[in-house]
Design a protein around this ligand. Structure first.
Ligand code: GLN
Length: 288
């Protein structure tokens, strides 16, 4: 090891964290997680037992990747969501803690009466699909994604965690859902970012554009999905759809235009994060 190498793991973490501070809000955590990954041990094991050891040579290259804004989840190849460890690659959006709101909202809605059939639209890594299946193991859970690479990641995750299935479909294609039937619970974290939005380099430079962007106003995917929900939902079913923090009114309007009710759910930071939708009862107005 060259003389300039940091003498201990603890010192290498400190130096790495200081370098990362300019580009990451979680510099110290990132450095610890990357070091644990380089050593092939857990972070708590690292902190409890290994700080005085020799830093492995591979830490430097992991740190360089993070300094170039690559998300930690892609460097590690995994991310936890709703307590489940999921494989991720640049073919799929990294599951966010904020999206767990959709699962909590579904849990509140269905309570002791489990949904029999679950559909996840644009499943990506399979995060929402697999989290829902983990709650309702008897349910038939199907995820769709138009990306073949995403379907492969989701299939691997689904197989490891349960029995959800994943099929490659494009929700903008005609007849894409004809053989899928109806669902008690529909989940979706569609692309909803405005094309020109300012995004962190770790997001814009690394996460898949087709999972992020939805036209100039970020609403293109909702425009395609909303009119399809009522025929995909069973009577009494509900859809939990993720939205951007400023999109609640616009997406509610699209839902109402498609004869759906829309109830807002907020994330842990109090920002609008999901809309719960159900088919409005068919009331005929103006009849004697
Ligand atoms: N929540 C993601 C972000 O802010 C966007 C996810 C999406 O478009 N579905 O980067």
């Amino acid at each position: 090891m060259p003389d300039s190498a940091p003498p201990t793991i603890g010192a290498a973490i400190r130096t790495g964290a200081a370098q990362l501070a300019a580009s990451s809000d979680t510099a110290r955590l990132d450095a610890e997680v990357l070091m644990a990954h380089a050593l092939g041990i857990t972070r708590s094991d690292l902190l409890l037992r290994h700080l005085d050891g020799q830093p492995p040579a591979s830490f430097r290259s992991l740190l360089e990747r993070r300094l170039a804004h690559e998300p930690v989840a892609y460097i590690l190849g995994s991310q936890s969501f709703y307590g489940l460890e999921l494989d991720v690659s640049p073919a799929v959006l990294i599951p966010r803690g904020d999206s767990e709101v959709l699962i909590d909202a579904a849990r509140a809605r269905f309570g002791e009466c489990p949904p029999g059939r679950i559909l996840d639209l644009g499943t990506g890594s399979g995060a929402l699909l697999i989290a829902a299946q983990s709650l309702w193991s008897e349910a038939e859970a199907i995820g769709i994604d138009r990306s073949h690479a995403a379907c492969q990641i989701a299939q691997g995750n689904a197989a490891r965690h349960g029995k959800a299935s994943v099929v490659q479909r494009d929700w903008s294609a005609p007849d894409w859902a004809d053989d899928l039937g109806q669902f008690d619970l529909i989940l979706a974290n569609p692309p909803y970012v405005e094309r020109e939005a300012e995004l962190a380099p770790s997001v814009r430079g690394f996460e898949p554009a087709e999972a992020l962007f939805a036209g100039a106003d970020g609403l293109d995917a909702y425009r395609v999905l909303m009119p399809q929900l009522s025929r995909l939902l069973m009577p009494g079913g509900a859809a939990m759809i993720e939205i951007g923090a400023t999109q609640a009114d616009a997406v509610k309007a699209l839902a109402h235009a498609a004869d759906l009710s829309a109830k807002l759910h907020r994330d842990l930071a109090g920002r609008p994060r999901a809309l719960e939708m159900a088919v409005l009862p068919n009331i005929s107005l103006g009849k004697a």
